[in-house]
Write a protein that binds this ligand. Sequence first.
Ligand SMILES: Cc1ncc(COP(=O)(O)O)c(C=O)c1O
Length: 300
Amino acid sequence: MKRPKINIPIVEIPYSDKVKLFIKREDLIHPEISGNKYWKLFFNINHYLENRPENPLIITFGGAFSNHISAVSAIGNLAGIKTLGIIRGEELEKKWTHNPTLVFAKKNGMNLKFVTREEYRHKDKLTEFLQQEFPQALIIPEGGTNKNAVYGVKMMLNNDTKDFDYLCTAVGTGGTLAGISEFCEENQKVIGFKVVDDSSLESKISELTSKQNFYLTDAAYGGYGKINDENVRFINGFKMKFDIPLEPVYTGKMMQKVLEMIDADYFPEGSKILCFHTGGLQGIEGANMLLEKQSRNLII
Ligand SMILES: Cc1ncc(COP(=O)(O)O)c(C=O)c1O
């Protein structure tokens, strides 16, 4: 993977007179490997390829609408590397053609292996087994989170991000937050917006960063991947007002919670807040399919 040439824009969101709110548009980094995915995969894949494996193969894990699966399949396609996705939910084997993320992954040449939720829960065992079967393969954990990913997230920080009091990101597996925490300036505070109910996240993140500068807040709005009508209204209103697309699993929930916190005067007056747009917009199509089935308003 090459370092992208574009300078990622930081855009002001004119929301409040009390604080200054900005979004860093990491979603614009690449049309298919967007947001934090680019940087979480960057060192993982480059280190693997430096050793020139004879038959390179990348294996990774994800759910039905996974942004990570989508990004890994795109890299495989662009770099001519075989990819294998271990997908949670054996029921998807018969209906993956109705899932835009999995159709995209297949189109990119990714092999898909569907496993039961029980098997998926024991990913460590599966990883061991797969590494024995494919000794040359690079096996990347779910969500791409590992030490290399944390190091890659450093690239989301630069001179332009130093001036902010608060750095905000959505938290799934915690790698992105850990990278921001580890590599930001000493005086900056990091807020992680948990979109998943996982009480072990804080300790998992603490294993990946040496700093204690982060605070986690709940932004799950009913659970991982659950989308309520207010989430949809918020995302659509945000796009109409500020011309920035958000998706319903990560960035939409983070921004909704950030604005709630601004309204509740959580941030001291004059604070400068930077939210990372971590991409994932590919997920909107799948989300809209589910919303349509339930005859609900769609994401525009
Ligand atoms: C769009 C998007 N934002 C944020 C995250 C959260 O990143 P992490 O898993 O590193 O916490 C993810 C998931 O990986 C994601 O796909």
